[in-house]
Write a protein that binds this ligand. Structure first.
Ligand code: AMP
Length: 149
């Protein structure tokens, strides 16, 4: 079996992230290193709320700031739970699949681990992060089946 030394665990920071990181840690073994990567996707820069006298535009700077803090806190907790040092916890900005591929390539990763829900029907047509990462990635990919229960 190929040796996976540098392993990227791509997480969405939801509850299922623990499953993905656990698998990455087990594949990397004692001698490997796991990098946990979350990609924050762009929010629309304005929110349009309709009020009686017409539409108003509310800047989302504060909302984005709060969200960022929450995501950083989740990443820290996830890292602590799985003994991943801060230097291997990464929050990137952009679109998830291309950023994950770019990170894997720039860091010469041997394996990307991510979750998959076994999409069916219309979800399959729309694609998932796991499907998108596969297209053009520089290394092996391990899709960990996430059980909905
Ligand atoms: P999804 O395609 O949203 O069902 O997500 C499937 C898996 O892709 C998740 O379990 C994560 O492993 C990974 N993933 C989804 N969104 C992100 C994200 N924003 N950053 C990093 N990985 C992600």
């Amino acid at each position: 079996m190929a040796e996976y030394r540098k392993v990227v665990a791509a997480v969405d920071l939801s509850a299922e992230s623990a499953t993905v990181v656990k698998r990455a840690v087990s594949v990397a073994g004692e001698s490997g290193e796991v990098h946990v990567v979350f990609v924050q996707e762009p929010m629309d820069s304005v929110y349009m709320g309709v009020v009686p006298y017409g539409p108003v535009f509310v800047g989302l700077d504060q909302v984005e700031q709060k969200l960022r803090e929450e995501l950083e806190s989740r990443m820290r907790k996830l890292g602590e739970a799985h003994a991943i040092p801060r230097s291997r916890q990464h929050i990137l900005d952009g679109n998830a699949a291309p950023e994950i591929r770019r990170f894997a390539e720039d860091n010469e990763a041997d394996l990307v681990v991510l979750g998959t829900h076994g999409q069916k029907g219309v979800q399959l047509l729309l694609g998932s992060t796991a499907n998108s990462v596969l297209h053009g990635v520089c290394c092996d990919v391990l899709a960990v089946r996430i059980r909905e229960d």
